[in-house]
Write a protein that binds this ligand. Sequence first.
Ligand SMILES: Nc1ncnc2c1ncn2[C@@H]1O[C@H](COP(=O)(O)OP(=O)(O)OP(=O)(O)O)[C@@H](O)[C@H]1O
Ligand SMILES: [Mg+2]
Length: 1046
Amino acid sequence: MTHRPLEVQESLEERCNRILRNMEASLTARDRVGIQDFVLLDAYTSESAFLDNLRKRFHENLIYTYIGTLLVSVNPYKDLDIYSKKQMDTYMGVNFFELPPHIYALADNVFRTMLSEFNNHFILISGESGAGKTEASKKILQFYAVSCPSTRLLNNVRDRLLLSNPVLEAFGNAKTLKNDNSSRFGKYMDIEFDHRGGAVGGHILSYLLEKSRVVHQNHGERNFHIFYQLVEGGEEELLRWLGLERNCKNYRYLVQGDCAKVSSINDKSDWRTVRKALSVIDFSESDTEHLFGIIASVLHLGNLKFEADARGYATVKNNQEMQWVSKLLGIPGQVLQQGLTHRKIEAKTEEVFSPFSVEHAVYARDALAKAIYGRTFNWLVNKINESLANQDSSRKTVIGLLDIYGFEVFSVNSFEQFCINYCNEKLQQLFIQLTLKSEQEEYELEGIEWEPVPYFNNKIICDLVEEKFRGIISLLDEECLRPGEATDLTFLEKMEEKIGGHPHFVTHKLGDKNTRKTLERGDFRLLHYAGEVTYCVVGFLDKNNDLLYRSGKEVMQHSKNGIIKHCFPSSEPDTKKRPETVVTQFKNSLVGLTEILMSKEPWYVRCIKPNEAKQPARFDDVLVRHQVKYLGLMEHLRVRRAGFAYRRKYEIFLQRYKALCPDTWPNWKGTPAEGVRCLIKHLGYKTDEYKFGRTKIFIRHPRTLFATEDAFQVCKHQLATRIQAKYKGWRVKEGYLKQKEAATKIENCWRGLLARKERERRAWAVKVIKRFIKGFMTRNQPACVDNSEYLAYVRQNYLTRLKEILPKTVLETDSWLTPPPILKEASQLLQNIYTRYLVRQYVREIAPERKSQLLLKAQTSSMFKGKKENYPFSVYRPFVDTRIALEDINLKVLQTVQQEHIKYSVPVVKYDRNGFRPRLRQLIFTQEAAYLVEETKIKQRIDYASLKGVSVSNLSDNFLILHVICDDIKQKGDLVLQCDYLFEALTKLSVIADKQSCIKVVQGSVRFDIQPGREGFVDFKSGQESMVYRAKNGHLMVESTRMKSR
Ligand SMILES: Nc1ncnc2c1ncn2[C@@H]1O[C@H](COP(=O)(O)OP(=O)(O)OP(=O)(O)O)[C@@H](O)[C@H]1O
Ligand SMILES: [Mg+2]
């Protein structure tokens, strides 16, 4: 990972400054009153300065102030608008010192520390009665209820956790002189969280309920709230069923303090809350029935009166109350009466019932009432615990809330105050151990330079109370258990005897003159860490024994009431063996509590009561100073000031923050201490901000740590993103590699396939080529296996090629593809077929006129082709129907020949038979005869029948000689003619006269008849130029140029 140390360092610095700025900025003018953290107090050793700050802030309704992480809370005795949902949101997830002090800040800090360090914590809320402990614990619980992640299931747990409070308060709290809602039992509540911070369950431990309150209350005090709530708020029908009247004054147990009605308490609405809460925390109908049955039966018991019979033994005076108790607890009246008025004594083999005196009966009745109520209270706590129990066994972390009775000093202090104050001594001892002592011991152990802070260690008082054999508790127990007449006074004497010299113990007898004045004879005084308390020994033994006569217990075992049955099981250990005394039980439970607390991280809320009058805006200096003193706040401040706010084992610190330095992330190779050194250097801690111990680093100011934590929070997200990115990258890369591998595999397979195909193709090609070559070599041999394919190929190839280059016309005879030898014959046949085909095509396409033309040309061809030299030049000259239009023939001539139908006429040159003079004439062929016409005269008519023959030379001249039969001398002889259209004229003649066979092509010379018996000759020869002349031999010489045949 890439770090930018400067940036981190800078941001750390900046962060510190920002926090300070924010702290400043977020402070309203009001918030600026005094100092928010006593650690910042200049005169930190001055109690007056401390008090001034507290007072100043209190008068501005700023009830919270820190001493480091310890929260000091002063009871405002009025509702402040600082517990809204908005406030909760403000404090959620914000560093402790970033906002003004608040119980929510502490709760949030504990919660987040628990989540990040995954360890257990407890918040010790201490202070004297009425200082606001219970309220503080409720605020914390409410904060968790809102701030924790919620699901339907978790909401259920949340509701139960919240609603367990009003129920426990109804049964365990009462109005005292000090507090209208004083907790008369100690309460330790564990809230269990899962790893996401969801509240998943809870568990409550209760300590020493002040049972004596059930039967007796001092003036101005009340019994437990539930009695008043039931009487005031209970529905008519319920009250009728319980045999109660809606008037507290009717019940003896409710009126001793003479203040059944208190303005600050609304019993009616509290009753409704309790009823609702009971249903949420899984109380069935019968549970509530039984529960209220018990509460009512206690009230009835209280009203039971006894009177002495003739023998002085107690009898029940008001039977009706008896019957109600009997009904409500489901115990037969007889049995109940017997139990209330007699004591069972076991004498050897038999049991004897010894009757009570009235006084004894009252005592037994009260004992029974106390026992019933006390055990019911325990049952209630267990029942709530069942409802809060978390079923899931996975590992949980807890935040414990300890709301235990505060130090109490009344005008008359009894056994209960002794226990309560002892408890406070124990908690102070724990506080000392966890903070003052352990802190200083730790500095010493870690070799940190340190100026010891003096503090009063109350161990000496704890020892005075609890030391084995010599402590007050041991002496009390001894006195309770020893045979013989032990009384409260003998107990006092014993104390004087055994611990008389102890500096924290004094009695009337032991005290000096002045002390005696303040002590009664039956009193003893303890110098508690919190101050002097004078206890009156009266009742100590009794209360410690908590005797419930055996018969009383047995009576309860008859009960049909489910809760009573459960609370007084018939299998209860034999009463012959003495049960543990109350104080020993209490001592043991405190030992258990100490163990629980010692295993957790402590946080403190110190509650201070500003005045005794429960009034707002009154700050009684003396009272507060006293509390500040005994709560050890000054010592705590001094230790805080001198010390270090935060320390952690090197391993743990490094483990958490190693991500903030590139050298320590992800793994540090050296020792953790060196790692932390390196980390701190990187973070730029100033030298006075920290110290290195032997195994731990000590950080002086919380803000340094918070800045580091903030940097870590930022870095954590970056890291998470990095890790996420790395992981995603890795996953994608893995995927890519897999795909690549698959692609390569497919490619390989595909290439293999292609190669195999190619190989097959080549093998095939080789085979084909081989066969081809072999075929080629044996192509001229007769068809055999070797050449059959080749020949087939040759054939096919030839035919295919032939098909492509077939001649387009018949004339292209020489373009026929030369066939291979084997196809010669076939080719010839094909050529013939094709030629015929072409001819047929050609013929089909010829028009009738052209056809007749061609027929004529064919005729000409058959007559002259290859015979006469100039024939080829005539071929392309088309024949026409006639060379002389009818109009050009003389009308006279026409009239003569018209009937014979003129077929053809052509101009000719006629050579006289004598002299061979050339004369222009018209030659006309009719159906019957050929006419030689000169203008208007028909010079000669030659009947076709008399046409003997026609001679033409083989040369290129245009001469024709018509030979006629000439029988008569008068008749004209043969005609020597020259015609430009020789071939046309002759062809026409041959067709018209059907004289084809008589047309002769001759060489050399032609003899002709000039007259019958007189012959003439025409000689033909080739010459340089065309000439016609009479040769010397009298022959007509026709010389014609030689023509190259085309
Ligand atoms: N934060 C607060 N805001 C307003 N009123 C408060 C606050 N804290 C306490 N009080 C008042 O003080 C009274 C006594 O407080 P609380 O019951 O918490 O005292 P306590 O310390 O539990 O006393 P005890 O030891 O007798 O049980 C409350 O009933 C309430 O009227
Ligand atoms: Mg309380």
